[in-house]
Unconditional design. Sequence first.
Length: 334
Amino acid sequence: MKSFATFGNELYTGERSYEFIGKRKIWFSIAGVAILLSILIPLLGGGFNFGIEFRGGSQFTVSAVAHTDVAIGEKAVAEAVPGTAAVVTNIAGDTMQVQTDRLSDDQTIAVKDALKTAYGVTEDHITSTFVGPSWGQDVSRQAVIGFIVFVLLATVLMALYFRTWRMSIAAIVGMLVVMVVTAGIYGASGFEVTPSAIIGFLTILSYSLYDTVVVFDKIRENTADISKSVRRTFAEEVNLAVNQTLVRSINTMMVAVLPVGSILFIGALLLGAGTLQDLSLALFIGIIVSTFSTIFVAAPLYSWLREREPELAKQAKKVQQRRANEAVAVTATT
């Protein structure tokens, strides 16, 4: 069995090649379906599960508990204030976090007493706070502003760096696909949307563009003198560039996703560090989707945007004519 290094070398030299550009209609269709599902599934499921920071409510922190069973806290709240649902999380070691809708002063006291009895702690180990929805609205507004500013700056800077707006547009479209699909998968998982999750989504923007820039740099190198070449068409040079950077993209994704996966599956799920779930899940999904988006959306889209240029169309005909002449010559000699 060939080694991964040999596999990468064959991709770089063109000895082995996978068709990414020629099958763009398939990839675009899959991306379209993924976007549609990413919008419909959260909507049909009742929308995103926003955390207390966005919807407001009461929050209790219980430390030094003997047992970290979330059912204990849920039952205590239900008995203290009938009809009130609680979200109970083991945030670290022997500390539990209990979140509910907004409670009155009397209801807050009742819940504190119930949690104290249920978890077998003293009153000193229970704190309660009220979170107003206005804070979450401020966070949402700042996140939207940050996203818009980032997209605008990235569009301009990439257009200046690559000296073509088409690369910039293709990269931004790929990034938007990443954001929508990541948000859809996150929403379908039922995880709470918290400020940490928002930070994770914004972090994905940078990773997505980084991966795209690496591939686009190779595309620019391969197509620098494309008008003078009759070896490959523009689309074929783009496809070669994607193949040449495929191993690097996979390696980068694995290096980035492994520590995030460790936080998500080991830290959050096995060790019970609940506060890390939202951030790590957003990053985990986004990193994987970003890699696929660059290969199957951004690069094919850039090729599609440029293939119809008169100069490139003329160059493609020269390549086809050369190949036709070579085929005739081979036939004549045989």
